[in-house]
Design a protein around this ligand. Structure first.
Ligand SMILES: [Zn+2]
Length: 429
């Protein structure tokens, strides 16, 4: 059965009559009465509109539906305008409508037309548009708070329905690079606390792409174990990556999946400078037998690394950049030598590893100022993750919807086109 074609200038005349007993006419009482009436009025409105439209099309030669058995789309008779109940979710409540049934005059097959007129698939109870709206609500705040807000405005939708809406909406979102965006990006990971699993036990990895105008958008996301591989983060974007002549990627993650693109795409890797002091603290802790936290030696190492990773912006001259990098490399070598002399084994090995990728960005004059932006993105994620219990899959879905809304222009109010380009929704209608 095909979906309803667009009608022009359809006018619905809606008369309704409801009775409600009230003890007084205070605002409190009347708002309460209205809240009580709201779903009843909604059912009446939708049902009357449906039947009215049903009558209209039944009087026409060509129907907006066809017999599922013989394909006849012209000759039908009414069986019932108020058949078996069917449940449909709206943004106000689950409502029960009466099915409308017609009979094919060619082969006698009976068929329900209510869902088709509503734009729903056979047996479908939730329209994608309604689900996305509820899904967004459940990602902006906790399920309990979402439920409370809805209740304030007369909607009665339970937490479980909102939870399911979040999951389904998250599942249909697939981030990827936008070919129209800049050929620069950043891949970063952070620990997220998933209650019920293990404190800080999972790592959220995000690929962000820089956009013209200085904004960022999300181009990939994954939640997995620490030190797990980063393949899933880049997978969706491999094809788009080939469209860029060169792509500058700031990351200290595992990018082995991109190795195959080396011929076609110039990918530049760089340690995330922001992370270096943090990771170095961890290496220092591993060397705690040799260096005590906050001791003068410990502070000296930290002071020197902050100096090394601190990049001054706005240097245009190639020679000056080169000179700056030279000085920084010398300082880093000196720091490594001193740490080696003091037998800070982990610190030495960490710095040796990071050394070669440290100044790629500044050397290419492409040093981003985005580290704070991606940190803000992680905070945006954690504000929601930290206030509910999640499975890994649940955390991934809620994060996808949340980031799509904050960074990628996901707009469920736009029923025609809720997902802008690069969100590649595998739309399941
Ligand atoms: Zn038929």
């Amino acid at each position: 059965m095909g979906l309803t074609p667009r009608e022009k200038d359809l006018t619905i005349t809606f008369d309704c009559q409801f009775k409600v007993k009230v003890p007084d006419v205070t605002l409190t009482t009347l708002l309460k009465a209205f809240t009580y009436l709201l779903p009843k009025i909604l059912v009446d409105f939708i049902q009357k509109a449906l039947i009215g439209y049903g009558e209209l099309v039944m009087a026409r030669k060509q129907k907006p539906f066809a017999c599922p058995k013989c394909g006849n789309a012209e000759r039908f008779t009414w069986k019932t305008r108020a058949g078996k109940p069917m449940e449909v979710l709206t943004t106000y409540a689950w409502i029960t409508l009466r099915q409308m049934q017609v009979q094919c005059s060619s082969c006698g097959t009976k068929t329900s037309i209510g869902r088709a007129l509503l734009g729903l698939e056979p047996y479908q109870r939730i329209a994608p548009e309604v689900r996305r709206k509820l899904g967004l609500l459940g990602t902006l705040t906790t399920f309990r708070v979402a439920e409370t807000f809805m209740k304030t405005f007369g909607a009665a939708i339970d937490k479980m329905t909102i939870w399911r809406a979040v999951q389904k909406t998250g599942e249909e979102i697939a981030f990827s690079l936008d070919p129209k965006g800049e050929a620069r990006g950043e891949a970063d990971g952070t620990g997220i606390g998933i209650k019920g699993i293990k404190k800080r036990g999972k790592e959220l990895k995000v690929l962000v792409q820089y956009m013209k105008g200085g904004t960022i958008r999300v181009a990939g996301i994954d939640i997995g174990s620490y030190n797990g591989n980063w393949n899933r983060l880049f997978k969706q974007s491999l094809e788009t990556l080939k469209e860029f002549k060169s792509f500058f990627l700031v990351t200290d993650g595992d990018t082995s999946i991109l190795d195959g693109l080396k011929e076609k795409v110039k990918v530049l890797y760089q340690r995330c400078l922001w992370h270096i002091p943090h990771q170095l603290k961890f290496a220092l802790w591993q060397d705690k037998a040799k260096v005590k936290r906050k001791s003068p030696e410990w502070l000296s190492v930290m002071g020197r690394i902050y100096e090394i990773v601190g990049i001054r912006s706005g240097i245009d001259s190639d020679e000056e950049i080169q000179a700056l990098v030279e000085v920084k490399k010398q300082s880093l070598d000196a720091l490594i030598a001193d740490c080696r002399a003091k037998e800070y084994k982990h610190v030495v090995s960490y710095l040796e590893n990071a050394k070669n990728d440290l100044f790629t960005g500044i050397t290419n004059k492409l040093q981003g100022k985005t580290t704070s932006r991606i940190e803000r993105l992680f905070r945006t994620v954690n504000m929601r993750i930290n206030v509910s219990k999640w499975t890994t899959k649940g955390a991934l879905n809620v994060t996808k919807v949340r980031l799509a809304f904050y960074y990628n222009g996901f707009d469920p109010e736009n029923s025609e086109n809720p997902y802008p380009e690069g969100l590649n929704p595998e739309v399941s209608t």
